[in-house]
Design a binder for this molecule. Structure first.
Ligand code: HEM
Length: 496
């Protein structure tokens, strides 16, 4: 006779075999999807082992795609896709974000565009500010134009001071991202001055580092950066209430727009609530700009510094700008003319392809009815996503994908360009696509145009330049030391 214990053990074992072997390996609809590792149908241990200490598991995921094709299973309930079909279904199909975004990107205890889960609420909030981030608004913005003229002047001033010396471009690039963005968010007179004020830049930057890398002191650091941005919002609120002195100030374009839209949408929230709703959004946009811009600028400068002939060709192209970008020239060329420079555009695009600032998987959840991608049915409530890091490494779209080749974007073959653009995913796509993409592109092109119209650069120290495996992937060594050599002396420039 079997004892009760033996029967229990038998049933227990049978259940475990069914749950962890038979169902995931043979019966689950996901069992047909190629597994990245033999263990993934029954355990998340393999992918988690690649995601320790803030790592994203990108290279393990990419190598699985290279071996197994456009769709792979990473864990019992996580799928990675690297295909156009996947992009369309996941990101343009309105799949919602998962809880991890709320935990990572909520500021002041208040959600924002990045951390909101519901598509409806998200869509309403995005519409409040999307027009001030449209390409035509940015290119025609009088406030933007006045701010950029002053900021480009400051950038050149800093570089002339550093002329000929070993200089950490990575630090300055953080300042560029902060100052150009905060002028548009909060108005020039309230904006950061991180390109020149290196002390405040370093202090705030260390707090950001602690916050995002979850280092000891994270809570205090979060408090410091939140209160820093809240002060910028309060200053912008005061500017919005009075006339702006056009000599020193510009309107806080984004703050003013969001704040007035919030007042219209919510007739009842208390002033404190409204303040935090707006501040949470401003915090994210400011932060999104700082790191992504600094990564993009740094890798552009690094690649240009390694290629004097590419610098030379870029300079020839920049000479066609009118007026030229130089010290003593108070006006900048029309943003549209900077935007339409083919080589500058190709260098930026290739940088964003190869050194995608945010290259990891941007996860979503499949809807309750499930979906079919690349011919595989995927049930509801499964974590799914793709990444710029995988999309940009497809060798049939981007031959020699690990090589920096700006010329690929200059091909005369229009069909090829269209294909590459479909696979280009540095800013995401669909309803959750980066709201700041046009601002970022303008700010990055303008900064590189200003630098290489006036200087040539060479590498002094690029140790640790390889990209970190992190959600925001800057150089492992957190530095890029360059030498900036002026093409003409500053006084010569001022006289012309
Ligand atoms: C090179 C520069 C930048 C890159 C590569 C970049 C990349 C991205 C990517 C990939 C996403 C999509 C995230 C997802 O789908 O989960 C995103 C979203 C976002 N980005 Fe950017 N970004 C850049 C600059 C900026 C700037 C300057 C801003 C400032 C406004 C900004 C603000 C945002 C916001 C608010 C979102 C969330 C949009 C939404 O969910 O509706 N980004 N960005």
């Amino acid at each position: 006779m079997f004892s009760l214990y033996a029967v229990g053990t038998l049933f227990g074992s049978a259940y475990l075999v069914y749950q962890y072997i038979i169902f995931p390996l043979f019966l689950s609809p996901l069992s047909k999807i190629p597994p990245a590792h033999w263990s993934v149908p029954s355990s998340a241990r393999w992918i988690n082992s690649h995601r320790l200490n803030g790592k994203t598991g990108l290279s393990a995921t990419l190598s699985a795609h290279n071996r197994l094709g456009p769709i792979v299973r990473l864990s019992p309930d996580e799928i990675s896709v690297a295909s156009i079909d996947g992009l369309r279904k996941i990101y343009s199909g309105g799949f919602e974000k998962d809880e991890s975004y709320v935990q990572e990107f909520t500021n002041y205890g208040t959600v924002n565009l990045v951390s909101m889960l519901g598509n409806r609420e998200h869509g309403m909030q995005k519409r409040m500010i999307s027009h001030v981030y449209s390409k035509s608004y940015i290119q025609n913005s009088g406030d933007g134009k006045r701010a950029w003229e002053i900021l480009v002047g400051r950038l050149l001033e800093v570089l002339y001071k550093a002329e000929g010396a070993a200089f950490d471009a990575y630090g300055l690039n953080q300042g560029i991202g902060a100052d150009f963005m905060s002028a548009y968010l909060f108005g020039l007179e309230n904006a950061t001055d991180f390109m020149r004020d290196t002390e405040t830049r370093t202090r705030i930057s260390q707090c950001y580092r602690k916050k995002f890398k979850r280092l000891p002191g994270e809570a205090g650091a979060t408090e410091t950066v939140e209160s820093f941005v809240l002060d910028l919002c309060r200053a912008a609120a005061r500017t919005t209430e009075r006339d702006i002195d056009s000599e020193t100030g510009t309107s806080p374009v984004v703050y003013a727009q969001l704040s007035s839209q919030m007042s219209k949408r919510f007739s009842t929230p208390s002033p404190e609530n409204k303040e935090l709703l707006v501040a949470s959004e401003m915090f994210d946009q400011f932060t999104a700009s700082i790191e992504t811009s600094r990564i993009s600028l740094t890798y552009m400068e690094w690649e240009l510094s390694r290629r004097p002939s590419l610098q030379q060709s870029l300079r020839q192209e920049l000479l066609t700008l009118s007026p030229p970008i130089q010290v003593g020239e108070s006006q900048l060329p029309d943003p549209k003319s900077i935007d339409s420079l083919p080589l500058l555009n190709a260098i930026l695009k290739e940088t964003l392809r190869l050194y995608t600032p945010s290259p990891a998987t941007l996860t979503r959840i499949t809807p309750p009815v499930g979906t079919t991608i690349e011919g595989y049915f995927i049930p509801g409530n499964i974590v799914i996503g793709t990444s710029g890091g995988c999309m940009h490494q497809n060798s049939s779209v981007f031959p020699e994908p690990q090589e920096f080749k700006p010329e690929r974007w200059l091909t005369e073959d229009e069909e090829k360009r269209k294909e590459m653009n479909r696979w280009f995913w540095a800013f995401g796509s669909g309803g959750r696509m980066c709201i700041g993409s046009h601002y970022a592109i303008h700010m990055l092109k303008l900064s590189i145009a200003a630098i290489y119209s006036n200087f040539e650069t060479e590498i002094v120290d690029d140790e640790g330049i390889e990209q970190e495996d992190a959600f925001l992937a800057g150089p492992v060594g957190e530095k890029l030391v360059l030498r900036f050599r002026a093409l003409a002396s500053r006084s010569d420039q001022e006289q012309t």
